[in-house]
Design a protein around this ligand. Sequence first.
Ligand code: PLP
Length: 221
Amino acid sequence: MIADQIARITSELPANCRLVAVSKFHPAEALMEAYSAGQRIFGESHVQELQAKHEALPSDIEWHFIGHLQTNKVKYIAPYVSLIHAVDTPKLLQEIEKQGAKVGRRISCLLELHVAEEESKYGFSPEECLEYLASGEWRQLAHVQIAGLMCMATNTDDESRIDRDFELARHTFDEARNRFFPDDPAFCELSMGMSHDYKLALRHGATLVRIGTTIFGERVY
Ligand SMILES: *Cc1c(COP(=O)(O)O)cnc(C)c1O
C-alpha cells in the first residue's frame, strides 16, 4: 500500500520536484515501509517525535522539519536536520544561525509565506517577505542558507482559491529570486502542495510537495 502510493506519486512528479513523505504521527514501521520503497525524504512537525525517529531509523534519511518551530527547540534538530520548511520570523532565523554555528553547519531554510485566506499567526505576507529580504539582514547569517519559500494554500474545496494562493506564492518566489538571489542557485525550492492540492501546486512549479495522508492513511492523534 505505502509502496504503491509512493511509486504512483513519484511517477507524477516532474524531474525538478521531490516528494517529502509527511510521516508525523505514524509509527517507525510505516516509515520503514516507505524507506524500503526507496523514499528518503521524510517530513515531521514535532521536535520530540522527530528526535525519536531520527535515532531509530537509517542514517541516510533526509529529515525535513515542516511544522511551526519554536526558537527554544532549534538546538535539538540543528545537528542533523536537512531542511527547515516553515521559518516565520527573523528571530527564528537568528536562532538557527546561532545553533548552526555551534554545530558547524549551514542549515537550509525556507521562509514561510502566508497566502491562505485563514487568519494565521504564522508566516510572512508576500510584502513582509520581500521587505525582509530587501533589508539584507540575512546576508550576515553565515550558518543559514535561505533555500526558497514554503506555503500552505487555503483549506477549501474551491480550486480557484487554491490556485490563486499558489500563483501568489510562485510570483513571490520568482520576484525574490530575481531581486535577491540572481547568482545563488541554492535559492531554488518552492515547497507547496499537500495530499488534496499537490496537483495544483505542481502546475505552479512546486519543487517539494509535502504529502502525508495519501501515503500513510489518516493520522491517529
Ligand atoms: C501535515 C502536513 C502536511 C501533509 O498533509 P496531508 O494532508 O496529510 O498530505 C503538509 N504540510 C504541512 C505543513 C503539514 O503540517
